[in-house]
Design a protein around this ligand. Sequence first.
Ligand code: AMP
Length: 217
Amino acid sequence: MKSVIFIAPPAAGKGTQSSILMENYGYTHISTGDMLREEISNNTSLGVKANEIMAKGGLVDDEIIIGMVENKLNSVKGKPFILDGFPRTLNQAKALDSLLAKLNIEDIKVIYIDLDLETALKRTLGRVTCTKCGASFNLNNPDCMPKVKGICDNCQGELVVREDDNEESFRNRFETFINNTKPIVDYYKEHNNLAIIEPNNDKMVVATMIKDILNCE
Ligand code: AMP
């Protein structure tokens, strides 16, 4: 099984697909957004700084993010992993190449989920996220609704709207994505390591495509 780097605009389903890979194939999930939200809930100095940036839909400093990912990658020890939300800039993508080379990690594929602005906006405005386990559900997609309103299907935690899942922050994040993250797609295309997936409202259709790309068994 290959490790995977997910590149996608907000609400493309990275989190949902990551959960499926974790549950079914034992992948380790490395989400820079989750790590930052943990810093925020622990009220660390990084958390306070990140909170301001994240609420506006901007990007946290490359150096901080790269350091966090390096720590995590050091602990995966040969197991397949998912990078969710990293890299988000060309600088981060190049730093990741060096990290992977240093750790002798070669079996890794980049998957780009190509979601348009209108669909991403609709999904973002319907998204509710578990305060306990981070799983997300979508009130605008019958396939992704929680079984009980306001309660997480997986851990019975409380479902809330993420602070940055409002229209203003979404539009900033989408613009940030287009400006900073799209060049990464071209970078990986040049390195012949990119698979592009068309979005589908049925998460299991997307999961099957991903499973085939990563040779999951
Ligand atoms: P996510 O949970 O991946 O949607 O990330 C939420 C927010 O965390 C983003 O909008 C950024 O403000 C910040 N963030 C997450 N990952 C990164 C990254 N790789 N580089 C910079 N900022 C990030």
